[in-house]
Design a protein around this ligand. Structure first.
Ligand code: UDP
Length: 385
């Protein structure tokens, strides 16, 4: 690609993750804008990045991304860039040495309480177990009010302590509220209409989005390398951590990180399903054999063991009151930045909000619409951000 594109940028995108790729692709394809995408990592696809391990098995380098959506139009949009194949997101939880279906379903309840149940008797049982809390204010109250103390302590309490290094009572109800509880035998992790994986992986999907003559991608390039030097005529999209954009001037927002150990095995399958959770054993929270859902046929396998960490790459915003308050102050700075300099903050780190992959792509499409409407007229002497 020519230098001209670099010097003649309409849209500067910081971050080649799902948000950056979608907005860059839309701007280039629909509007014919010159787009410069920078990313500090050496690859595209952000945390969706996947790559072959030494034995050739495709792994999700930053933890499993189980693509699911009930939005058919979204899937149609993504299908321009990859073929999608059905995926079975089945998770089990190891409790007292036994693997239980997780999220909790009828089979889990039967095995845990040691009696045969149907939907009506399970509902009656849970009604006896539930702690009556009208308006759960945190994740502990939420789970207690849904399934009672025994199940909370067996499946949620220690997993959440490990995952967040915080007590469920200090975390927003939405943290544990993400996980459903079912009175049927549906063993799938989520209930969305479409549970699918891009054939060939996410990295290939997002690389295809960026494969356009109007898009230039510069990897191993932090935002600081282009900040103030590239003057995009239309807008900037920033997908990095919002506090970092403002040099942490209000203090650092907390993020939870993860460490991954990828272990190859010379057997075709190591686990019965894609993910096993360990609420009460080990330092790691889960083991993931992603091969179960990528559709790859391979005589060997790889399992990744995930251990939460306080230091490292920022993966999860921490959903508690203090961090929400600090984010709100950064958000006010960001809004001013949007008005003054046409910088748009989009994505998990920039909006300090947990998004699933489908949700963040919807967010990116909405952000693109806003930019398209507000930034149709180029700024010739746009002030550097
Ligand atoms: N969780 C739990 N036990 C489990 C799985 C999840 O207590 O076996 C709680 C935990 O607090 C976790 C949250 O539910 O952070 C959301 O789980 P999910 O699997 O959606 O987390 P993610 O895959 O996004 O890390």
């Amino acid at each position: 690609m020519s230098r001209t594109v670099f010097e003649d940028v309409d849209l500067l995108v910081c971050g080649a993750g799902p948000v950056g790729c979608v907005i860059a692709e839309r701007a280039a394809n629909l509007l014919g804008w010159n787009v410069l995408v920078v990313d500090r990592r050496p690859h595209v696809a952000g945390n969706c990045h996947d790559s072959p391990a030494a034995n050739g098995v495709l792994v999700h380098n930053y933890g499993p991304h189980y693509f699911r959506t009930s939005d058919e139009a979204l899937l149609r949009y993504l299908s321009q860039f990859a073929e999608f194949i059905p995926a079975n997101y089945e998770v089990r939880s190891l409790v007292r040495g036994t693997e239980f279906p997780f999220p909790i379903n009828l089979t889990t309840l039967e095995r845990f309480f040691g009696r045969a149940l149907d939907a009506a008797s399970a509902e009656k049982l849970l009604a006896e177990k539930r702690v009556p809390i009208a308006k759960p204010a945190n994740s502990e109250e939420f789970v207690l009010s849904r399934v009672g103390r025994e199940l909370y302590e067996a499946f949620y309490l220690n997993y959440t302590l490990k995952q967040w290094d915080a007590h469920p009572r200090d975390l927003d109800p939405s943290v544990c509220g993400r996980v459903p509880v079912r009175l049927d035998r549906d063993h799938r992790y989520v209930g969305h209409t479409f549970q699918v994986m891009p054939k060939g992986g996410f990295t290939r999907l997002f690389a295809r989005m960026l494969d356009h003559p109007k898009i230039r991608v510069t990897l191993d390039t932090p935002f600081s390398a282009v900040r103030g030097r590239t003057r995009p005529r239309r807008a900037t999209v920033y997908c990095g951590p919002i506090d970092e954009y403002f040099d942490n001037r209000l203090g650092r927002l907390p993020y939870r990180s993860l460490q991954f150990e990828f272990v190859p095995y010379q057997v075709e399958w190591r686990q019965p399903c894609v993910q096993i959770n360990y609420p009460n054993d080990f330092a790691h929270t889960r083991s993931v054999e992603i091969k179960h859902v990528t559709g790859q046929a391979h005589p060997e396998t790889v399992v990744s063991y995930e251990t939460p960490a306080s230091e490292g790459e920022p993966f999860y915003p921490v959903p508690r009151k203090e961090s929400a308050a600090l984010y709100a102050r950064y958000r006010a700075l960001a809004d001013t930045e949007t008005q003054r300099h046409r910088v748009y903050f989009c994505g998990r780190l920039a909006q300090y909000r947990y998004f699933n992959t489908d949700e963040v792509i919807q967010e990116a499409l909405a952000c693109f619409q806003t930019i398209r409407e507000r930034c149709a007229v180029p700024v010739s002497s746009h002030p550097a951000v």
